[in-house]
Ligand binder design. Structure first.
Ligand SMILES: NC(=O)c1ccc[n+]([C@@H]2O[C@H](COP(=O)([O-])OP(=O)(O)OC[C@H]3O[C@@H](n4cnc5c(N)ncnc54)[C@H](OP(=O)(O)O)[C@@H]3O)[C@@H](O)[C@H]2O)c1
Length: 388
């Protein structure tokens, strides 16, 4: 397994049409359930109400979202598992390049990678896949670790190391600028002001366009933002990991920083495709995540059941409800679900057109409040790298 420590230790009208086809045909939606022609799905139970009485749908839309001053598609593509070995063996470029290019065809403009995925091979894959459309897409990548002998070492945010890392990233990504350059994990040995100052210089040189942080605390975000405005924070967020709502959202809102939820499908669990009988392959990171123990999977099935219920009502899939729920939380959120499969990419991307009404959101909130998710989201070795 070639994993990230904390994550893991050991265009256009035609594309909109494709998503609508997927929602309308693939999911068998009725006209009253989803008013797709108007671009705003309407729940079937609202069909008989007057306009005044009907619950207000949250504006489901594939309109771009803003992360600070950076415009991205509402749903991006997390490319990690294509190369990292986190959830499946690394896939070949021949298999994955069509998936990444297929995302572009579906209107996805936001692609997420990192030095540590592979390491390095995921950036190479993303760079090659996106080279023909480089100017139409946003590439986000992350630095923050040392490497030796093809393996990840410890956290390293020394300014010289950042500069060297970025040169390698640019080369592998086949580009002259990284649209969104994140610090992957805060290095306790380097003041965040030094990191932000280095990124500020890289931005002045045109090698990076926007600055991001991952799993950083509000205090760190504020200190970094004072030196170089932060466009986005990337942290885990989904219906079964909601800590950012209280930990960081107030700070992000105040400072005008966007939020990029990683593992928005709960590492696959929230899609309903994993249960107590699922056997993870040797090397799958989920083998060491307490939340995925057989016992906890059984307890946590309640959250999947909730998503399935709402999905059935809306003629959508649990994965789509999980993503639509995230999109409805704030206008400055753009999740990056990961998949190695074209059909799931279509399913996930189509979630941007699933509208949840205020009533739906309230019902989810009330039901979710009754569910106590069991098990830590990370093993201790990964948890230790989180900045609190
Ligand atoms: N900053 C960080 O520290 C950090 C940490 C973790 C991840 N990330 C980023 O966030 C991205 C997404 O996170 P993630 O990959 O951990 O978790 P995720 O997106 O929550 O889940 C990915 C898993 O769900 C499966 N899946 C995807 N869509 C599905 C669907 N519609 N139905 C059923 N299964 C589905 C995928 O399997 P298949 O491939 O078989 O579809 C994969 O195993 C990563 O790619 C990476 O770019 C960042």
């Amino acid at each position: 397994m070639n994993n990230e420590p904390n994550e893991h230790s050991t265009a256009g009208n035609q594309s909109k049409q494709s998503r609508r086809d997927f929602l309308g045909k693939g999911l068998g939606l009725t006209a009253s359930a989803v008013a797709l022609t108007a671009g705003v799905p309407m729940p079937s139970h609202a069909a008989n109400l007057t306009a005044k009485e009907a619950p207000r749908p949250r504006p489901a839309s594939d309109a771009p979202r803003m992360l600070g001053a950076l415009e991205v598609s509402p749903i991006g593509l997390g490319c990690m598992s294509m190369s990292s070995g986190s959830y499946n063996p690394p896939r070949s470029k021949a298999e994955m390049i069509p998936v990444i290019r297929g995302a572009v065809d579906l209107g996805v403009t936001f692609f997420d990678t990192a030095e540590v995925y592979g390491p390095f091979t995921n950036e190479e894959l993303v760079g090659e896949a996106l080279a023909p459309v480089r100017d139409q897409v946003v590439i986000a990548s992350k630095f923050g670790f040392s490497f030796g002998g093809g393996r990840r070492g410890g956290r390293n945010s020394q300014p010289d190391h950042i500069r060297t890392a970025v040169e390698g990233m640019l080369r592998r990504l086949q580009t002259d600028r990284i649209d969104l350059l994140y610090l992957h994990r805060v290095d306790p040995n380097v003041p965040i002001e030094d990191v932000a100052g280095t990124v500020k210089d890289l931005i002045a040189e045109g090698k990076a366009l926007h600055f991001g942080l991952s799993e950083a605390s509000p205090a760190t975000i504020r200190r970094a933002h004072a030196v170089q405005p932060v466009a986005a924070l990337q942290s885990e967020y989904s219906l079964w990991w909601r800590e950012p709502e209280t930990k960081t959202f107030p700070t992000l809102q105040e400072l005008g920083i966007g939020f990029v939820p990683f593992s928005p499908l709960g590492k696959g669990f929230l899609t309903g495709k994993i249960d107590t009988t699922t056997a993870f392959a040797k090397g799958d990171f989920r083998n060491v995540v307490p939340r995925f123990s057989e016992e906890n999977r059984e307890a946590n099935q309640a959250m999947v059941n909730l998503l399935k219920k709402i999905a059935d009502e809306k003629g959508a899939t649990p994965a789509q409800i999980a993503l639509a729920w995230i999109l409805a939380q704030q206008p400055w959120i753009a999740p990056i679900p990961g998949t190695t499969k074209r059909h799931r990419l279509e399913e996930n991307t189509a979630a941007a057109e699933v509208a949840l009404t205020d009533e739906d959101l309230r019902a989810i909130e009330e039901a979710a409040a009754q569910i106590e998710v069991q098990g830590a989201r990370y093993p201790e070795s990964s948890e230790r790298m989180i900045d609190y």
